[in-house]
Write a protein of this length. Structure first.
Lengths: 130, 81
């Protein structure tokens, strides 16, 4: 019999820190869109890079959702949902912004991704099914 | 509704994703319900999930690219703490 457990915030953070591929969901016009990105968790910021396009046009200064999930060798499955406001950090001034732009993000998709976006996580939930 | 799947093939180093967009409706009527209730859907969690939702896809797109280092750095999930 499968059981569902809510993960606490520390577990959710650890999972976000230990993974580098997630899915960012946002509203474009009146429609929802969800796209995979490579990211790094830096404190309470989910940081990713992108090229000019839909993500850059629609995500900054908006509320977005971010999801990762996985399975483990023991047969359990988990997912983490982060929500918060997103900001473009490409031209942001200050030491914190410079430090953020120095984070190495393991990008796999081709193309120049010279814009930095950070999601400030304000809601973090997760669950595990065992 | 937007719906996304993605994956990575370690043998070929290829990463891919598919996005579907469309209107979602709950299937309530008898004949439609008869169509779907035998679909091989196996929710991982066994709590009663008695509602069927259908997304009528009006846009579908996908991409694929070689990501030779994905297995080492990104697409492997870590176990829960």
């Amino acid at each position: 019999m499968a059981t569902l457990t809510e993960l606490d915030e520390d577990e959710c953070s650890a999972l976000l820190r230990g993974n580098h591929t997630g899915r960012v969901a946002f509203v474009s016009g009146e429609r929802p869109v969800i796209l995979p990105v490579n990211y790094v968790l830096d404190g309470e910021l989910i940081v990713f890079r992108t090229a000019p396009g839909q993500k850059l046009a629609e995500i900054p200064m908006r509320h977005v959702a971010f999801e990762i999930d996985g399975t483990t060798a023991d047969g359990s499955a988990w997912s983490v949902l982060a929500q918060g406001q997103a900001w473009e950090m490409t031209d942001a001034i200050g030491k914190a912004a410079e430090a953020l732009r120095a984070i190495p993000i393991p990008i796999q998709a081709p193309g120049d991704k010279d814009h930095w976006i950070a999601i400030k996580v304000t809601q973090l939930t997760g669950r595990r099914i065992q | 509704m937007a719906f996304e799947i993605d994956g990575y093939q370690p043998e070929t180093g290829v990463a891919w994703s598919v996005i579907v967009a469309g209107l979602a409706t709950e299937i309530l009527s008898g004949i439609e319900w008869a169509d779907v209730h035998n679909l091989p859907l196996f929710p991982w969690h066994v709590a009663p999930k008695g509602h069927f939702v259908r997304i009528a896809a009006d846009e579908i797109s996908g991409r694929r690219f070689r990501a030779p280092y994905a297995g080492a750095s990104g697409f492997h999930h870590t176990p829960p703490p």
